[in-house]
Design a protein around this ligand. Structure first.
Ligand code: MRU
Length: 364
């Protein structure tokens, strides 16, 4: 599989991404030629997943620099691009982290060609760093899977995950999937329960696709099945990603994550969250009141897209035409329900103390 964002091989002024809306049925590569294309790609979820949103936005700034070079009012263009990219999605903090980093980098120089080169190099750096950070999340998460495998005397380790916190949401490896890939590579038998993740089905369409490409045994389940599976001993651990984690360890992730954490707690099943430090929001403490929760169009709940028997992609209505629907994109899992946070620097308790143990430079 390609990486998830890259420059067009024969035209370095065009950014390319996989249109994730059509996976797993069609692999469509989209050209993003302007920062407005990047804005739309993030808004419409052509690309999604916290780290990938950040990386794509960084390339958006590079495209804005290219446009600014041709303009009479370059500063205005850059200002507008930063402002609009910031508004493209509200919950994943990686977006704001990447834009802040790009802004700080551009402010180091005044001439536009140098700004453009710096923007491109920084976007590339964000991508490369994400690959390494996700690999390390796998390295640190692997012992958790290994320990369960040893306890089960080599029997299959059953891991439940929600949404897509895989390579498609990042660049390579993924966050929650990284320990799974590492375990599989080592020959540890694993099986993944993949929550379908309504309404946009990132589990059913993206995680399942990734895992089948990697040859990792998995089973797609409806979102409500997890509790039943946990009660009957079919789940050994849960691992999910996150879009924003507070300095106290509260975790915002795809809607439905909280219910999985509750069910895991009730059944004494370890519940881990995997995250790069770029997903930590050190400025906030209370996830429930301080993390902005995205609300998307009701049509994502009312309609569903899939492949029809004739092979065409079709969208069908699920609900009565007039029934209103609500569509909260994320929920917050309080730190007390989380067994541990798996980061590029190691595994820690989901608490301010635990996080500061790994990131002492963030002490106030
Ligand atoms: O709405 P999405 O698909 O962008 O939501 C993605 C998630 O919730 C992921 O779990 C999260 O971004 C982590 S991706 C490594």
């Amino acid at each position: 599989m390609n990486r998830t964002v890259w420059l067009k091989p024969d035209n370095s002024q065009i950014v390319q991404v996989i249109d994730q809306r059509y996976l797993p049925h069609e692999v469509i590569i989209r050209d993003l030629a302007t920062w407005q294309d990047v804005e739309v790609a993030i808004k419409d979820m052509i690309v999604r997943g916290a780290p990938l949103i950040g990386a794509t936005a960084a390339y958006g700034v590079y495209l804005a620099c290219l446009e600014a070079q041709k303009s009479e009012q370059p500063e205005k263009i850059l200002e507008l691009a930063f402002a609009r990219l910031r508004e493209s999605r509200p919950t994943a903090v990686n977006l704001f982290w990447a834009l802040d980093r790009m802004k700080a980098t551009l402010s180091e120089v005044t001439d536009l060609p140098t700004k453009t080169t710096l923007a491109l190099n920084t976007a590339h750096a964000i991508v490369e760093e994400d690959v390494e950070v996700c690999r390390l999340i796998g390295v640190h998460g692997l012992p958790i899977v290994q320990a369960i495998s040893e306890r089960k005397k080599g029997e299959v380790v059953n891991i439940l995950t929600h949404c897509n916190a895989g390579r498609l949401g990042c660049i390579e490896w993924g966050t929650a999937t990284s320990p799974i890939y590492q375990a599989h590579k080592l020959g540890i038998p694993v099986h993944v329960w993949v929550d379908e993740t309504r309404p946009r089905n990132q589990g059913a369409s993206l995680t399942a696709w990734e895992l089948s490409q990697a040859g990792i045994p998995h089973t797609v389940i409806v979102d409500n099945a997890g509790g039943h599976l946990m009660q009957h001993g079919f789940v050994d651990m849960v691992i999910v990603g996150t879009d924003r984690t507070t300095r106290t360890g509260d975790v915002a992730n795809k809607i439905g994550t909280y219910l999985k954490a509750l069910a895991a707690k009730d059944n004494n099943i370890p519940f881990y969250v995997a995250l790069p430090s770029t997903t930590l929001d050190w400025t906030i403490r209370d996830g429930l009141t301080e993390i902005p929760i995205e609300e998307r169009s009701q049509n994502e709940v009312k309609y569903i897209m899939g492949k029809a028997q004739d092979g065409s992609m079709q969208t069908v209505l699920l609900t009565p035409e007039n029934s209103p629907a609500s569509n909260y994109g994320f929920d917050v899992t309080p730190a007390r329900l989380i067994t541990g946070l798996v980061t590029e620097r190691g595994v820690c308790e989901a608490s301010e103390k635990g996080l500061l143990g790994l990131f002492p430079e963030k002490k106030l």
